[in-house]
Each structure stands twice: as structure tokens, then as C-alpha cells.
Design a protein around this ligand. Structure first.
Ligand SMILES: *[C@@H]1O[C@H](CO)[C@@H](O)[C@H](O)[C@H]1NC(C)=O
Ligand SMILES: *[C@@H]1O[C@H](CO)[C@@H](O)[C@H](O)[C@H]1NC(C)=O
Ligand SMILES: *[C@@H]1O[C@H](CO)[C@@H](O)[C@H](O)[C@H]1NC(C)=O
Ligand SMILES: *[C@@H]1O[C@H](CO)[C@@H](O)[C@H](O)[C@H]1NC(C)=O
Length: 705
């Protein structure tokens, strides 16, 4: 993950599911009985049509799903994770090539058609870093900026793409570094101009956004610490501060080997990097500086929430720091691995499962918990293939590189394949940090909500054998997030290519995020001692892949999309308080709802028809509806994209100015509101979203006006 997952689960952007429901024990009991009977039945009547729990249409889908679930193995997952996390494997370094061969060999040994998609990209590494402080008692301290001492293989904590240079100045504490924090400082007469600002990582603003705001306020440099420092281990959070995603010297096009690369002086490149240096700091060091600050007393809200040092002052008097940073920008090869399981009936339609492989350090959580789940899905799919299964549609298992620098591997791949993705990708299923702790979390585009919950019903909860993942999900989180975040590899697929997407993880806000302590040992001590959560995640992920690849009628439900758009419109309307009219949206959503209803009826009819491979007319009708459902999401794309970040084309989900925008959807409208645009500008953005929804309706309906 390139940015932390926010601790706040969006409430306006997520769809709230039915109220808390503890499954009545009888239900659970019956469910288990049915499963046992079904298993027994299949074992003893291998050729008979098994009783169907899930689908009425595919003759052997239940057998298949059961075979998939019963082939789970916590032991293989744990062995993959151990192998992948033996050494730190930052993208562009030698040990990262070992993980590349490990993943490639794994897929090849399973007999899967396995390819490399290689690019050249500009990556950033630290050469020299130092930080010294002089306090009011005239003592000077040279800080230790490492979170480990013994292991020289771990890259020292730094911010990738931070410019080289020095910054000397008085320190000012700026809380989370959000716009409103600087406003609070202004009110007590504190300016950060010419100072070095110290901030603690907050919930809504990524580190790149924090640096960007500090820069705009005239700060000379920035120090960022995380309060969650590895659970007292003293971990320091590495991370990228690049703006936008993908290779910075091939913006908008694939950075293929031998292709066009912009020079480092090109404005398109320089705008991707901050102008002021920044460094990550340990909590311990941050506390020393905080305690030493003089100057103004901290704003009351900060004092009340305990976010200031013992002196309760924010500077800028008393403490002066000198931060120096020498970075190296290097062109490096990045390698994606793509394993293909060719579809038998619709080989030109694709269901894509993806996870990144590169890690800041050992990467046991981020990202190789996901990688080991992906490798186990590969192993289990090969078991299914040996039993005679061929998916109807083609499945791709993808291992991305250089995600930590800004989703580079997946972004270059999406850019290279954007037309084919648009024409033939059914869905993208992302898992980055598969397991960080307890509790299932997921985000998705709304047409996938129902399928996601159905898949959760089929997988046993890793922490309570009497329950399914769905049971605990509903009683704990009960919110499917919306994917406006730009923090993992689904971004290019959804925000640029308009592919319906899902992103899933167990646990949230784990303390060793991007630190030297994200290791196999930490995983088995803290997050998943017996690898049961890994098994559950692989189960959900693989089943989603199988169902999306196999169901004759793709299980998309656009009525949930329409309902979600409706809720988004209501939330927007409240925020606008009459400043602009949401009528164009209302009209477009009304039409979208009607078309969604028609599509649902059509799907129902097609599903009721007995499935017969040789009935070409029925196959064509199904294919027609499937294509329209696949393309409807592309309707939300706009070729001009979001103003100021034009690469992001999706007008319903995408990055908005954080955290000033309260929406979490309609990023163009959110931005217009956040920067206090004129009513006319806001209205124009509303019209653009309305037109995008109309385009989606037309795609779903098919034909011409
Ligand atoms: C620190 O040094 C300055 C200038 O050299 C001096 O004026 C001041 O009294 C010293 N402060 C302390 C606490 O020693
Ligand atoms: C000087 O001040 C710093 C910051 O407040 C403190 O950590 C340090 O212990 C002090 N040193 C002496 C010698 O008093
Ligand atoms: C800041 O630190 C750097 C590196 O240690 C050093 O070269 C430079 O002279 C220092 N600047 C000041 C003003 O102390
Ligand atoms: C797998 O799960 C079983 C049953 O809980 C447990 O005994 C075993 O130790 C686990 N294996 C690993 C590698 O965690």
C-alpha cells in the first residue's frame, strides 16, 4: 500500500448494509448440514448434478467451488510468505529480482502460461540523510534516523522523490498538516514561512498531500512522524511523496523499454515532485522536538486531544533544525508477472486478480500477505484445472512491481493495455495487504456489492468456525467502502480505465506499516499466527475470480449502483445547501435506475433459460447483456478527466482535494466546492457527472438514440 488506509471508514461514500444481524444458530446449523450433505452427495455421485446452493445455471459450479474451498492450505501460504520475506525487496534492487523469479517459477511450475511485462521507470533512493537540532539550552543533537541498526539490507527511512537539499529553520508543529491546521495556527499568529514544519500523520491526508500543503505555506522542509510507531518498536514509516501515479518520466503513456522518456527538467516531470525536502521521523525523535518547542501555545483543540508535546507549544522559537537530504533518481527496470488461465468459451473476456510484490522492507503484511494468497490461488486453480475445469472467461493472475513508488508497475501496464482493458476486462480484483490484523474490510464499485457479500457467505470465518466471513463482516464493519482512494493498484484500473473493481484486506491500521518491522515474525506473532486469515482472504478472492469468470450471466447488479448514486446525490445536495442545483444529476440517476432495472430483468430471463453451449442465439443474447454490463462502468469515464489531475478519468470515484472535500465521490464536484469555485463552475462539474451517468445508461441499454 502506498498510503495508509484511512482509519475513518467513509460513511457517506459507503453503502450501509442491513442492520446488525447475528445469525440464528439454527440457520448456521442448517447451512453446515447442507454443506455436509452436499459434500457427501458429490463425493458419492461424482457424475450427478449436485444440489445447488449458489447458482441455478452452471451445472457443476457448486462442486467446483467446494473443490476450490477444500483445497485451501495455510501451510503452503505460510511457506510462500516465508520465502518471499526472507530479505527486504524494494523495487529496483537485487533482492527484488529473487521475488520476481520466485513468483514466475511458481506459476510456471503449475503449468500456467506466464509472462513478464517489463518497463523502465524513474525510481528514487536515499544516498545521504541527516537531521540535527539545536535547542534553547544551546545543546545540539544529531538524530539517529534509522529504525534498525543491525540489518543494513533494509533501506533507511526516507520519502521517495523528495528533492535533494538542505533546510534550516525554526520548527513549527502543524498537527496533521491539513489546511485547517494552518488556519488554526494563523489564528494564534503563527506563520510557518521560512520554518521547518513537524507533522504527525493523520487519517485523511497522505504524506504527499501534507508536503504539498506545507510547501504552499512557505515552509522550507517537513518532518513527518506516525504516532503508531510499530507498537513501541520505534518503527519509521517510509513512503512516496510523488504526485499522481505511474512512472514520472512517461506520464500518461507506458514506460516501455526504449520508449519516450521526458527529461528531468521537463515541467511535466518536475510537477510530480515536491519542491521542499521531507523526512520521516520516529515517534521518539518527534517527541524530543515537540517537548523542546517554545513560542505560541498550541490551539486548544490540539491540546485537548493530546497532540502536543509536554511544553504544549508549537514554536517557532527555541528549536532550530538542519535537515539534509541527498537522493538518487535512477532509471530501473520494473517487472510485472502475468499468469493466464485461458477461458474455454469466452477467452477474450478477462477477470483480473492483482497484487504487488515489491515492499519497502520485508513486506510480510505489505504486500506479500497478498502475494502468498495469490500464489495459493494459482496452486488451487491448477488443482481445479487438473480436475477438468476450464473457466468460461480468461483469468489473469498479476504480480505488480514498484507499487510503493506510486503504483508504477500496474499503472504502466494499464496505460499499455488501456484499449484492450476497456474492450474486454470484466473486473479487477485487488488485494494488497491481505492480512494486517483482524476483521474483514472491502471496497468495491457498487455493481459488485451483492456478489461480494455472496462470496463472503461461502467462506468460513477464520476466527470463529461457526460463522462465515459475511456474518462477522456484517456484525463488525458492515460497510463496503467506495474506491476513491489512490492507495493501491486498483487505481489505474478503476480511475483511468473504468474497470469494475474490488479491494479487500483483513485488519486495518497495523502498527508496523512501511517500517523495518513488517516481517514474517511480526505476522505470526501478531496478525495471523496460523494463517487462517490468509486462507479466508484467498478463499474470498479466488471464489470471486471463479464466479466472475464462470457465471454465464455476469453477476453485476446496477440497481445497487443506482441506489448508491442516489445516496451520493443526496449527500451532495446537503453539502451544497442550494449553492447549485443537483437536478441534472437527479434526472440522470432516474434514467440510470430505469435502465438498471431493465438490465436486471433481462439478466433474470437469461439466467432462467437452460444453459446450452450449442444454443448460439442464447449465447449471443447473454454476451450482448454481459458486454453492456461490462461497458457501463466505462461510461463514468470522461476523456478530459478531473481538472488539475486529468489522468484520473472516472467522474464518480477518484481523488479529490483531501481532506477539504467531505464527499469521497464525485471528485470534480468535490474539488470545485473545496476551492470555493463560483456557482457556475460547480454547476458545470455537476453537469459533467450527469452526462457521465447518461453515458453509462446508454452503454447499459445498448443501441443508439
Ligand atoms: C545560548 O547561547 C547564547 C549565545 O551564545 C547565549 O546568549 C545564551 O545565554 C545561551 N543560553 C543558554 C541557556 O546557555
Ligand atoms: C537541552 O534541551 C533538550 C530539548 O529540550 C533536552 O532534550 C536536553 O536534555 C537538554 N540538554 C541539557 C544538557 O540540558
Ligand atoms: C546542515 O547539515 C549539513 C549536513 O550535515 C551540513 O553540511 C551543513 O553545514 C549544516 N548547515 C548548518 C547551517 O548547520
Ligand atoms: C494450519 O492450521 C492448523 C489448524 O489450525 C494448525 O495446527 C497449523 O499449525 C497451521 N499451520 C501453519 C503453518 O500455521
Amino acid at each position: 500500500m502506498s498510503q495508509p488506509l484511512t482509519a475513518t471508514r467513509p460513511t457517506t461514500a459507503g453503502i450501509s448494509l442491513s442492520p446488525l444481524r447475528q445469525p440464528p444458530p439454527l440457520c448456521t446449523f442448517l447451512f453446515i448440514i447442507v454443506l455436509i450433505v452436499a459434500t457427501f452427495y458429490t463425493l458419492h455421485h461424482p457424475d450427478a448434478t449436485p444440489p445447488l446452493l449458489f447458482s441455478r445455471n452452471t451445472h457443476n459450479s457448486l462442486t467446483l467451488r467446494r473443490l476450490f474451498l477444500s483445497s485451501a492450505s495455510n501451510a503452503t501460504i505460510s511457506s510462500y510468505l516465508r520465502a518471499l520475506t526472507r530479505h527486504p525487496h524494494l523495487a529496483g534492487t537485487k533482492p527484488s529480482l529473487d521475488t520476481l523469479s520466485y513468483v514466475t517459477n511458481h506459476f510456471q511450475s503449475l503449468g500456467l502460461d506466464t509472462r513478464l511485462a517489463e518497463y523502465e521507470a524513474l525510481l528514487s533512493y536515499p544516498a545521504h540523510i541527516s537531521l540535527a537540532a539545536r535547542f534553547s539550552n544551546n545543546t545540539t543533537v544529531e538524530f539517529d534516523l534509522n529504525d534498525v541498526t543491525a540489518d543494513d539490507d533494509v533501506i533507511r527511512p526516507y520519502h521517495a522523490y523528495s528533492p535533494s537539499g538542505s533546510a534550516q529553520g525554526s520548527v513549527v508543529f502543524v498537527n496533521h498538516g491539513e489546511e485547517r491546521d494552518y488556519r488554526a495556527l494563523e489564528l494564534i499568529g503563527v506563520s510557518v514561512r521560512g520554518c521547518v514544519v513537524l507533522a504527525r500523520k493523520g487519517e485523511s491526508l497522505g504524506r504527499g498531500g501534507m508536503v504539498k500543503i506545507a510547501e504552499s505555506k512557505g515552509a522550507l522542509g517537513m518532518l513527518i512522524y506516525a504516532e503508531n510507531d510499530g507498537g513501541g518498536l520505534g518503527g519509521i514509516e517510509r513512503g512516496t511523496v510523488m504526485r499522481g501515479i505511474g512512472d514520472p518520466v512517461s506520464p500518461g503513456w507506458p514506460g516501455v523499454v526504449g520508449g519516450e522518456k521526458l527529461s528531468l527538467e521537463d515541467g511535466e516531470v518536475t510537477k510530480r515532485f515536491p519542491k521542499i525536502p521531507s523526512l520521516p521521523l520516529s515517534l521518539r525523535n518527534a517527541e524530543i522536538i515537540l517537548a523542546s518547542l517554545g513560542g505560541a501555545r498550541a490551539p486548544v483543540e490540539w491540546r485537548n486531544s493530546g497532540r502536543v508535546g509536554s511544553g504544549q507549544r508549537v514554536g517557532p522559537e527555541q528549536t532550530v533544525v538542519n535537515m539534509t537530504l541527498q537522493g538518487e533518481l535512477k532509471m530501473k527496470k520494473v517487472h510485472n508477472v502475468v499468469a493466464t488461465i485461458r477461458g474455454s468459451e469466452e477467452p477474450d473476456r478477462y477477470v483480473i486478480l492483482g497484487n504487488h510484490r515489491d515492499a519497502w522492507t520485508y513486506g510480510a503484511v505489505d504486500p506479500n500477505s497478498g502475494t502468498s494468497a495469490l500464489l495459493d490461488i494459482g496452486r488451487r486453480f491448477s488443482v481445479l484445472l487438473k480436475s477438468g475445469w476450464r473457466p468460461r472467461r480468461t483469468i489473469l493472475l498479476c504480480s505488480w512491481d514498484a507499487e510503493e513508488f506510486g503504483m508504477i508497475g500496474s499503472t504502466e501496464w494499464v496505460e499499455e493495455n488501456v484499449l484492450n482493458l476497456g474492450a474486454s476486462a470484466v473486473a479487477y480484483l485487488n488485494v494488497d495487504c491481505a492480512v494486517q490484523g483482524s476483521g474483514f474490510f472491502a471496497g468495491s464499485t457498487p455493481q459488485l456489492d451483492g456478489l461480494l457479500l455472496d462470496a463472503l457467505k461461502l467462506v468460513q470465518d477464520p476466527d470463529d468456525v461457526a460463522l462465515t466471513v459475511e456474518d462477522t463482516f456484517k456484525s463488525q464493519n458492515n460497510i463496503i467502502e467506495r474506491l476513491s482512494r489512490v492507495d493501491s493498484d486498483f487505481s489505474g484500473f478503476l480511475h483511468h480505465a473504468g474497470i469494475p473493481s474490488i479491494d479487500m484486506y483483513y485488519g486495518a491500521d497495523y502498527p508496523v506499516y512501511h517500517t523495518a518491522f513488517d516481517s514474517y515474525d511480526w505476522m505470526i506473532r501478531n496478525a495471523d499466527p496460523l494463517f487462517h486469515r490468509h486462507v479466508a482472504m484467498a478463499g474470498v478472492w479466488g471464489l470471486l475470480g471463479i464466479i466472475l469468470a464462470d457465471e454465464p450471466v455476469i453477476p453485476f447488479n446496477y440497481i445497487s449502483y443506482a441506489e448508491q448514486l442516489h445516496a451520493h446525490r443526496d449527500a451532495l445536495s446537503k453539502l451544497l445547501v442550494g449553492k447549485a442545483s443537483v437536478d441534472p444529476l437527479s434526472m440522470a440517476i432516474k434514467e440510470f435506475s430505469l435502465v438498471a432495472k431493465e438490465a436486471k430483468d433481462e439478466a433474470k430471463k437469461l439466467k432462467e433459460q437452460a444453459y446450452n453451449k450449442n444454443d448460439a442465439a442464447a449465447a449471443a443474447r447473454r454476451r450482448g447483456l454481459n458486454d453492456r454490463m461490462m461497458l457501463a462502468e466505462r461510461g463514468f469515464l470522461d476523456s478530459e478527466g478531473i481538472k488539475g489531475k486529468e489522468w484520473f478519468k472516472h467522474l464518480v470515484y477518484g481523488p479529490a482535494a483531501e481532506p477539504e472535500s467531505k464527499l469521497g465521490f464525485f471528485p470534480g464536484i468535490a474539488d470545485a466546492i473545496a476551492v470555493n469555485s463560483s456557482e457556475g463552475m460547480i454547476q458545470h462539474e455537476i453537469w459533467r457527472v450527469a452526462r457521465a451517468i447518461q453515458k453509462a445508461s446508454r452503454a447499459l441499454k445498448g443501441g443508439f438514440t
